[in-house]
Design a protein around this ligand. Structure first.
Ligand code: GLC
Length: 589
């Protein structure tokens, strides 16, 4: 009996094995398994440090006054020396440059100002050879009005590209008022060619793409695939919260500029689009994606980056950069609150980026550190220590590793930025106090963050041999890479130490964050615990000395980083006395 059962099984074994083998072949992925993608747990994009390059301002090699790819290639060793592991570069595509490249007229073409596709490839290969990943800026909430899609779309009402954009036929009357971020006259623009209005959330030359149209979405995925095939490792989705908008076109209620996203963006369809994008591009190509904006609620943020939902891997919010918009600065208590709140939102799931500046903001040093020459070094080191110690991927904006500051531009004539000019017009027509307006613009404008990189003390800061597209900050003779490169106490070398500290201490990446003495008026202290480590981060945000009592104190052997040469502890009363802007990290049991 036993035998009779066993025999047929034995005869079936080769068939079963063949079946198993065929199945294994069938299941084998067509493409090599994407080793770069890891939504759960540990991931390279969580462990990395990102450096943002504004290509126009980084390094010019042909003397035309604009930075270029060859300039970045020339500085690859510098990038490697920083210890950064990812580069996000602002748009370099074909563009009429109304919004410095955020108005794209050909998503596959390179603006000759920056070089050629071969130069791009050489730059990308050079980064990869140094272990640096590349993040591409994808500007697809809108295109340029010079993009072929828009030229077609506006040419006639029955053009196949008509529905690539949002149109309002004039026979329906004037569309309900919508606020525009850049255009004081609102977001609908009349186009006489077809007697209709088109929508532009940003400048008039940046018409919004219609994401409800599946063809538009497919075009975008094809563009992303094109770049993924060239080898880019990630995407930054520009202004993406607006991709899905309320197309019942409600009237914009006055005074709601701050709730802009709530009124116009983050519609539920956004999640559907992202899921589609994830399945089409992100997963099969093993790339990662970070969105500009995290919605207007924690739930939004969660849903965007919750790994189980397969939408995005990372998002960033504006609550911290919004803290310091006027020369009065910010309150440390608010600063702690915002960072702690967002950390708790992602305590279990999801991931954010940690940043205090970028191309849309004035310089971090002026807004969050202290540009006074007496304090600029320790205070910038403190801020950089902070950025590298939080949970979330640190994003460093070019120049912040050497403490570049705002430039003084007190009169409107010097401004070229579409946002600044739009705000100026709006302020003027609403009768604002223009002196006060200019003071705030001078402090807060994004032109501050776009001045050429300060490489050395030679003419034009070593950025160009020609006339730079934007004035070099006159403080380049003091603040520059060359002056700091060999000085072990410089902002630059502190930055390099911090990228190393972050790499060597996984608790800084994955560890749990907990505030210590939340109410302390000068000191931001917190612990990071995990990966077998307990770390304490102590930052004196004041220009005066300050002290804090702790259960554990730093010693020679547990000190991980210190931006001064000594530490002043009092074992008697367990207090730690910190110098102005002193920043420490130490481990404890
Ligand atoms: C994003 C970009 C900004 C640009 C805007 C319109 O906010 O960061 O620089 O002006 O989108 O594309």
């Amino acid at each position: 009996m036993h035998n009779s059962l066993f025999t047929p099984m034995k005869n079936l074994l080769p068939i079963f094995l063949a079946f198993l083998f065929l199945n294994l072949i069938a299941c084998e992925p067509k493409k090599p398994a994407p080793e770069k993608d890891n939504l759960e747990g540990k991931a390279w994009w969580k462990e990395g440090v990102l450096y943002q390059i504004y290509p126009q301002s980084f390094k010019d090699t042909d003397g035309d006054g604009y930075g270029d790819f060859k300039g970045v290639i020339e500085k690859l060793d510098y990038l490697e020396s920083l210890g950064i592991t990812m580069v996000w570069m602002n748009p370099f595509f074909e563009s009429p440059m109304v919004d410095n490249g955020y108005d794209v007229s050909d998503y596959r073409g390179i603006n000759p100002r920056y070089g050629t596709m071969e130069d791009f490839q050489a730059m990308l290969d050079g980064m990869h050879a140094r272990g640096i990943k590349f993040v591409l800026d994808v500007v697809v909430n809108h295109s340029s009005d010079q993009h072929d899609w828009f030229l077609q779309s506006r040419s006639s009402r029955d053009n196949p590209y008509r529905d690539y954009y949002h149109w309002w036929p004039a026979e329906k009357g004037t569309p309900p008022y919508r606020h525009s971020l850049f255009d004081p006259e609102g977001a609908w623009e009349y186009d006489s060619l077809t007697n209709a209005f088109y929508l532009h959330t940003f400048a008039e030359q940046q018409p919004d793409l219609n994401w409800e149209n599946p063809k538009v979405r497919q075009e975008v995925y094809d563009i992303m695939k094109f770049w993924a095939e060239k080898g880019v490792d990630g995407f930054r989705m520009d202004a993406f919260q607006f991709a899905s908008k309320d197309t019942t076109w409600p009237e914009f209620p006055e005074g709601h500029e701050k709730d802009f996203i709530k009124w116009y963006g983050m519609r539920p369809q956004l999640h559907e689009y992202l899921k589609e994008m994830y399945a089409e591009v992100i997963e099969p190509y093993g790339v990662f994606a970070v969105a500009e904006g995290a919605g207007s609620t924690f739930q939004d943020a969660h849903d965007l980056v919750d790994a189980d939902r397969k939408e995005l891997q990372m998002a960033y919010h504006f609550e911290t950069v919004d803290l310091s918009r006027t020369p009065e600065g910010y309150d440390l208590a608010d600063f702690k609150n915002v960072f702690s709140k967002w950390d708790s939102a992602f305590a279990e799931k999801g991931w954010i980026s940690i940043f205090l500046s970028n191309h849309d903001n004035a310089r971090m040093v002026n807004r969050f550190a202290n540009p006074d020459p007496k304090f600029i070094t320790p205070s910038t080191q403190l801020i950089n220590t902070f950025l590298m110690s939080m949970r979330g991927t640190p994003f460093t904006y070019y120049g912040d590793e050497i403490g570049m500051t705002n430039i003084d531009m007190p009169t409107i004539e010097e401004y070229v930025d579409v946002e600044a000019l739009g705000k100026y017009q709006a302020a003027k027509s609403s009768g604002q106090d223009m002196e006060e307006f200019m003071q705030i613009l001078n402090y807060n404008s994004r032109e501050n963050g776009r001045t050429p990189m300060q490489w050395d003390a030679t003419l034009q800061a070593g950025f160009t041999t020609g006339t730079p597209w934007m004035r070099v900050n006159p403080n380049y003779t003091e603040i520059n890479v060359s002056a700091q490169d060999q000085d072990p106490t410089s902002i630059l070398n502190h930055f390099r130490k911090m990228t190393k500290v972050r790499k060597e201490n996984p608790a800084l990446v994955y560890g749990k964050y907990e505030l210590v003495q939340k109410e302390h008026p000068d000191i931001y202290a917190f612990t990071r615990k995990g990966e077998g480590q307990n770390l304490m981060v102590i930052l004196n945000f004041s220009k005066n000395s300050s002290s804090i009592k702790l259960d554990q104190l730093p010693t020679e052997s547990n000190l991980i980083i210190n931006n001064y040469s000594d530490v002043n502890v009092n074992d008697q009363d367990m207090s730690l006395n910190l110098k102005p802007y002193q920043a420490l990290i130490f481990s404890f049991d």
